[in-house]
Design a protein around this ligand. Structure first.
Ligand code: ZN
Length: 142
């Protein structure tokens, strides 16, 4: 039996930035968003700053190495929206459903993302150019 995906909400919007310091003027000084935390994703060459925006979040993604995925993105496209993440309760269901429907999945597997939550990405060639992430589980600490 194939179960349908149930999307709870937009979990976060990932934004590629050259420098988190330089982004503070907008996100912190002007918008006055509450900072939820900073995370180093060493193996992906990323530093992530998370700001709360009501029910959802902005994740500012800053590269820490020249060979990180965000460095490549910045080179090709410049700063801007990198991905949109959808929150689901059951990541396996989402993964199986997407695969069954022929969507390509980056790395072809479920991975660990920020906060240790399970994630996967649909290939933007199959989604009209939008990098869509699925994230499992609820709020922080769940
Ligand atoms: Zn994300």
């Amino acid at each position: 039996m194939i179960l349908n995906i149930e999307v709870n909400r937009i979990d976060h919007i990932g934004i590629a930035v050259k420098s988190i310091e330089d982004s503070m003027k907008l996100y912190s000084d002007l918008l006055n968003l509450e900072k939820e935390g900073i995370e180093e994703l060493e193996e992906r060459g990323l530093r992530v700053h998370i700001f709360k925006v009501g029910e959802t979040k902005f994740e500012l993604l800053e590269p820490t190495r020249e060979d990180s995925e965000i460095s490549k993105f910045l080179e090709k496209k410049g700063e801007g929206i990198h991905h949109i993440a959808l929150n689901v309760d059951n990541i396996e269901t989402a993964f199986e459903r997407a695969k069954d429907m022929g969507f390509r999945i980056i790395g072809d597997t479920i991975q660990r993302g920020a906060g240790g939550r399970r994630i996967f990405f649909l290939h933007p060639k199959d989604t009209g150019g939008i990098l869509i992430e699925f994230v499992e589980g609820g709020r922080e600490n769940e």
